[in-house]
Design a protein around this ligand. Structure first.
Ligand code: FAD
Length: 74
């Protein structure tokens, strides 16, 4: 049985991934994000650490591939 609605506060990496996992269990998932999300990757006010270089480790990438199989072709 699917539950009704889940709410995730914050639409950055943790919020987006949480929403993806919750979508398997809930009929709808609402992400509440205070910042305006850009259409392409860019530095934004809500994630000031995005000015710093980030590294994605292999384990994290493998999880992303499981959740978003199309990510390799992006
Ligand atoms: C210098 C530096 C280097 C780093 N390097 C790495 C690295 O190499 N590899 C790595 O894995 N991690 C790295 N990190 C850590 C990484 O940046 C954070 O762990 C990650 O960004 C946290 O993601 P998050 O989604 O939890 O939070 P954030 O990315 O901080 O997102 C929080 C979101 O919540 C939103 N928000 C805030 N308040 C509200 C509100 N009241 N209502 C609604 N929305 C709200 C914000 O706008 C934002 O979109 C680094 C961090 C720093 C500072």
């Amino acid at each position: 049985m699917r539950l009704k609605n889940a709410v995730v506060i914050g639409g950055s990496i943790a919020g987006m991934l949480s929403a993806r996992v919750l979508a398997d269990r809930f009929e709808s998932v609402t992400i509440v994000e205070t910042d305006k999300l850009p259409l392409k990757p860019e530095i934004r006010k809500g994630a000031p650490q995005s000015v710093q270089p980030h590294i994605l480790l292999t384990g994290g990438y493998q999880i992303l591939e499981k959740l978003f199989p199309e990510i390799s072709s992006q």
